[in-house]
Design a protein around this ligand. Structure first.
Ligand SMILES: [Zn+2]
Length: 103
């Protein structure tokens, strides 16, 4: 279910109608926090060290991030990078399910 919310403040500021999509499912931020919590449950020292190196991946400032475009947490729909994904998979940790990737 996708709902829409009229953003009065932004609409006034930008002199145009600003409408945000509201997703009833867990927000990307909540899912990301949950994902980080799951990763934190790993107690393998090597895995934790590698994850620490890749903690910022996906944010635009991480080891694996080539571009300079920031990816806000609110838009994240998956692990920050392949390395993190591989480790998560190895330990049977799935990224929390939620809305499909935004277009
Ligand atoms: Zn990485």
């Amino acid at each position: 279910m996708t709902r829409y919310e009229y953003d009065e403040e932004a609409s006034r500021r930008m002199h145009m109608d600003v409408v945000h999509e509201i997703d009833d499912r867990p927000t990307p931020v909540a899912r990301w926090v949950d994902a980080m919590r799951r990763l934190n449950s790993i107690d393998d020292p090597l895995a934790r060290s590698v994850l620490a190196l890749h903690r910022d991946c996906g944010s635009g400032n991480g080891t694996c991030d080539g571009g300079d475009d920031d990816e806000p947490v609110a838009r994240r729909v998956d692990w920050g990078c392949e390395t993190t994904a591989v480790i998560a998979h190895h330990f049977g940790i799935e990224y929390p399910a939620g809305s499909p990737a935004p277009e």
